[in-house]
Design a protein around this ligand. Structure first.
Ligand code: FAD
Length: 359
C-alpha cells in the first residue's frame, strides 16, 4: 500500500499468537481493524524455534480463544511445527485481516491518530495494539573476554538441533526451560556438557505443566487484585519436566555449576581460578521485548519496558502492549494466557474507539 495514508480504528502490529488473539476478539466486536506482520508466513516466533522444542503444556492447554489446538502428532507435548500449523489454521478460520510482509518502522503521534510508518506505506490508527513479541531481540549478557573466545557462540534463537554438537565440549548458560531442553538433547551427543546458572535451577514436580502454571498465575492475579498474597510460580520451580528433560534428569545430565566470571580464548573461567576448555557456548539467556518501532513515542521506563496500566501505555493511551510478559498481563506471553489479556484489552480498546467516535 503506497499512497495516501489509510485510516483504521485499530491497527495490530504482529500476527503471532498475541496479535491473533487480539484479532479474534476484534472480529467478534466487529471492529474496523487490520493486522500487519513483518514475516511472509504465519506462525510468529514459533516458525523460528528449533524443531524438537516441546511446548510445556499438552495441546488442549496451549490454545487461543475459540479453537482448541488439535492433539499433537508427536506426543503429549506439541512441538514448534504443531504451534505453527495451529496458528496458520487459526488465522484462516477466523478470516483475520493480516497483511504481510509489512514491517512497521515507526509509530508516531499524529493529531487525532497514531501514525504508523511501514515499508508498505503509512497507516493512521485511532488505537494501536503492539504485539511484536520478544524473539527478535535475543539477549546475551556481557562477560569479560566474550569477544576473544575462539570457539562458537550461539543463542537459543540460533539453535536448530543437537547434530552440530556431536563430539563437542559444550557449555550451556541459563536456568530456564530453553536451557534445560537444549542441554537435555545436546548431552546425548556431545563429548561433554557443562551447565552453568546464576542460581540453582529448580525442576518443577513432574505433574506440574503449563496448565498448572497458568492456574497458579490466575490465582495469583486474583489474589493481587484482592490485596492478598498467593503462591507464585517461582515458589514452585522454574523448569517444566517435559519428557526429554525428565530423561536427562534421570541419567544425571542436569547437574548445574555456578556461573563463570569470565571467558577465555578457549573456554570459561570462574572467580576461584578454575578454568574449563570448551568448543561452544550456548547462551540460553532469554529475550527482550521488540519495541524499537515505538521509540519515537519515547515511552520506555528505566527498566527498558514501557510503563502500563493493564496493557495501555501510561504515556500514550492510544497504545496497548500485548503478549510481552507478565508486565502486559499474567501469563500473557503463553498460548493459554494470551487470550484472556487480549479479551480485556479489546474490551477497553472498543470503549476507547466509541468514545473517540462519539466525541
Ligand atoms: P511472536 O510469536 O514473536 O509474534 C510477533 C509477530 O510480530 C511476528 O510474527 C513478527 O514477525 C511480528 N513483528 C515483530 N516486529 C514487527 C514489526 N516491527 N512490524 C511488523 N511485524 C512485526 N509459550 C507457551 O505457551 N508454551 C510453551 O511451551 C512455550 N515455550 C517457549 C519456548 C521458548 C524457547 C520460547 C522463546 C518461548 C516459549 N513460549 C511458550 C512463549 C511464547 O508462547 C512465545 O514467545 C510466543 O511466540 C510469543 O508470541 P507473540 O505473539 O507475543 O510474539
Amino acid at each position: 500500500m503506497i499512497g495516501a495514508p489509510r485510516l483504521v480504528d485499530v491497527l495490530v502490529i504482529g500476527a503471532g499468537q498475541a496479535g491473533l488473539a487480539a484479532g479474534y476478539h476484534l472480529r467478534r466486536a466487529q471492529a474496523d481493524f487490520v493486522i500487519l506482520d513483518a514475516q511472509s508466513q504465519s506462525g510468529g516466533a514459533w516458525r523460528h524455534a528449533w524443531p524438537s522444542l516441546r511446548l510445556f503444556s499438552p495441546a488442549r492447554y496451549s490454545s487461543l480463544p475459540g479453537r482448541m489446538m488439535p492433539p499433537s502428532r508427536s506426543g503429549d507435548y506439541p512441538d514448534a511445527a504443531d504451534a505453527v500449523a495451529y496458528l496458520t489454521d487459526y488465522e484462516r478460520r477466523y478470516d483475520l485481516p493480516v497483511i504481510r510482509p509489512v514491517t512497521v518502522h515507526n509509530v508516531r503521534r499524529g493529531d487525532a491518530c497514531l501514525r504508523v510508518e511501514t515499508d508498505a506505506g503509512i497507516w493512521r490508527a485511532r488505537i494501536v495494539i503492539s504485539a511484536t513479541g520478544t524473539w527478535w531481540r535475543p539477549y546475551v549478557p556481557y562477560y569479560p573476554g566474550i569477544g576473544d573466545f575462539t570457539g562458537r557462540q550461539l543463542h537459543t534463537a540460533d539453535y536448530r538441533g543437537p547434530e552440530a554438537f556431536c563430539g563437542k565440549n559444550a557449555v550451556i548458560v541459563g536456568g530456564g526451560n530453553s536451557a534445560a531442553q537444549i542441554l537435555a538433547e545436546i548431552s546425548t551427543v556431545a563429548r561433554a556438557t557443562t551447565w552453568v546458572t546464576r542460581r540453582t535451577p529448580r525442576l518443577l514436580p513432574d505433574e506440574v505443566d503449563g496448565k498448572a502454571l497458568f492456574d497458579l498465575a490466575t490465582r495469583r492475579h486474583h489474589a493481587a487484585l484482592a490485596g492478598e498474597s498467593a503462591t507464585g510460580i517461582s515458589d514452585l520451580g522454574d523448569i517444566v519436566a517435559v519428557p526429554a528433560v525428565r530423561q536427562a534428569r534421570d541419567r544425571g545430565a542436569l547437574k548445574a555449576e555456578p556461573m563463570f566470571s569470565r571467558i577465555t580464548p578457549h573456554g570459561v573461567a570462574w572467580s576461584d581460578g578454575a578454568e574449563l576448555a570448551c568448543d561452544v557456548i550456548v547462551w540460553c539467556t532469554g529475550f527482550r521485548p521488540a519495541l524499537g518501532h515505538l521509540a519515537p513515542l519515547r515511552l520506555r521506563g528505566p527498566e527498558g519496558v514501557i510503563p502500563t496500566t493493564g496493557t495501555r501505555a501510561l504515556g500514550e493511551p492510544r497504545l496497548h502492549l500485548l503478549g510481552y510478559g507478565d508486565w502486559t498481563g499474567p501469563a500473557s506471553a503463553t498460548l493459554i494466557g494470551a487470550g484472556r489479556t487480549a479479551r480485556d484489552t479489546v474490551a477497553e480498546v472498543m470503549k476507547q474507539v466509541s468514545e473517540v467516535s462519539d466525541g
